[in-house]
Structures are given as C-alpha cells and as structure tokens.
Ligand binder design. Structure first.
Ligand code: ARG
Length: 281
C-alpha cells in the first residue's frame, strides 16, 4: 500500500454534499454470459443474495442523506442493476449510453426513457459506443473518460461537444479493469483515488500531472473492486474487502462506509456500478 504525499493541508475537514442517485434493484440479476473476466456463467450468481446486498447499499445512501430514485428492472437484462452504465448526466443534460455488447444493448434506451420521463428531457442519443458513467467520471473542471475496452474515443468527443465540459481521455490496459470506474474514483471535485496499473504509461503521466495529491491504491484493493467506490466529498461507500484503501481514506480525513457486494462482484460490479448520479449542476 503506497500513500502519496498528504492530499491537502485541510485533509481533516471534509464536507459531504447531498447527491441524487438512480439505482435498479437486481431482481433479474444473473451471470448468464461472459463479457468481462469477472463473469463465470458456469458458477452463476444468486439474485436473492444480490438483492439483499443491494438493499444494504441503497440503505447506506439513504442513511447518508442522499436521494435515491429507482428504475424498474427489466426481465432478460441481468446486468441492468449496473445503473452507472445507463447514461452520463451532467448539468441536467443526459448523454445516452450505447453498449458495446449485444446482451446489454436494450439498457441504453430504457435508461434514456426513464430520465426523459423523470425531469431530464434533454437527452442525446449517442452515435458512438459508450457505457455512461462506467467510463465517464465528472469532476469540477474536467470529465475523465476511459477507453480501451468499452467506450470509444469518439464518444469522448461527442460527450465534450454535447456537455460543454473538457473531457480527458485515459487508456485502460488491464482487462480486469475494463471500465474507468473500476480503476479510479473522484474524492472531491478536484482529486481522485486510482490504481496506476490499470492505465497506459501515457495516461498514468496525465493522472500524475492533473492530480499530484491523488490517493494511490494498491493492486489488492483494486482486485476486490475497491476503486469502484462512491464519494460524496466526505463519506466513501466502498467494498469492505478493500482494507488498505479504507485505511488510507480514513487517514486522509474521509469517512469510509464499507459495504458487502460480493454477489454483484461476480458480474464485475461494485457500489459505483450500481449507482448513476443525476447531476443538475
Ligand atoms: N457485467 C457488467 C458488464 O460487464 C458489469 C458492469 C459494471 N459496471 C460498471 N460501471 N463498471 O458490463
């Protein structure tokens, strides 16, 4: 576990901001196909246990004071629980998702329709392949965008043009970390935590220059999807198995909120994957 130099002089004072999240109960969750190295259709997964773990995640958000909206799960879409992939919502505008794999294609229009009907009428149907907040992470001044496994680089340009925010491309190189949100999460509007081994040398250099005070996670934390975490500026909802990263967060003035999403990890997902942030600003 390496910890980079102290983040900020004021690292003990962290303020939580109330967030609005969209989630999808994993009633139809299953591992029936393999589109990432975490998935084993032979072993499958238990939807009942996944629902119980997911309910605890939802309860954690509510206990932290966040607003949680819910989209109805659709039979035949076992990965629909991973709401982060459904869209990118910034400044009240919705950049729709267009999935890489046929198995998940129908999720894009389902999320777009929900958002259109629930206060977000400005929806762009994308031309280019992108998996929403799985590969787009929004900070105050910049949107970080992953490519290499799922989201096409042309989608980075499409999102930048539609949202009017600078988008920085980061190249993912380890198939275990196939979405940007499996390797990096925003700690605040201007800092991040990440696992360097998931990125190409050039992208690592970009991250070092943009975030000199980033928290650096070890491989063992990344390997339990510890980087697939959700921070509200103070509280960090994170897989309980990411023990080293939890200690680092604690030492830097954050309040870790450990959750057990082991059943959803069998599909390659963690807390962040289950959570789409609806940003009006
Ligand atoms: N089985 C899903 C897939 O491979 C998991 C998606 C996880 N979502 C995420 N935001 N990383 O597409």
């Amino acid at each position: 576990m390496t910890v980079s130099p102290a983040m900020e002089p004021t690292s003990a004072i962290r303020t939580a901001q109330r967030r609005h999240y969209l989630m999808c109960r994993p009633e139809h969750f299953a591992v029936t196909y393999k589109i990432n190295p975490w998935m084993d259709p032979e072993a499958g997964a238990d939807a009942g246990l996944a629902v119980a773990q997911w309910e605890a995640l939802r309860a954690a958000y509510v206990a932290l004071g966040h607003q949680v909206s819910m989209i109805d799960p659709i039979p035949g879409l076992p990965d629909m629980v991973f709401a982060a992939n459904g869209a990118l919502v910034v400044g009240g505008r919705v950049y729709g998702a267009s999935f890489t794999h046929a198995e998940r294609k129908a999720e894009g229009p389902a999320y777009a329709a929900w958002l259109r009907d629930n206060g977000f009428p400005e929806v762009l149907e994308p031309v280019h392949t992108n998996e929403g907040e799985g590969d787009f992470l929004t900070l105050d001044g910049v949107i970080l965008a992953g490519t290499g496994f799922r989201t096409d680089m042309a989608a980075h340009q499409e999102a930048q043009e539609f949202l009017g925010r600078p988008v920085v491309t980061l190249r993912l190189v380890d198939p275990r970390f196939y979405h940007l949100d499996t390797a990096l999460f925003p700690l605040s509007g201007d800092n991040v935590a990440y696992y360097p081994g998931a990125f190409s040398p050039g992208s690592r250099a970009v991250l070092e220059s943009l975030f000199p005070n980033a928290l650096i996670a070890a491989e063992e934390d990344a390997a339990v999807l510890g980087l697939n975490a959700v921070c509200d500026g103070r509280n960090v909802v994170i897989n309980a198995e990411a023990e080293g990263l939890i200690k680092t967060l604690d030492a830097n003035g954050f309040s870790p909120v450990p959750v057990d999403l082991s059943e959803l990890r069998k599909a390659g997902g963690g807390p962040k994957c289950c959570t789409l942030e609806l940003r009006t600003a």
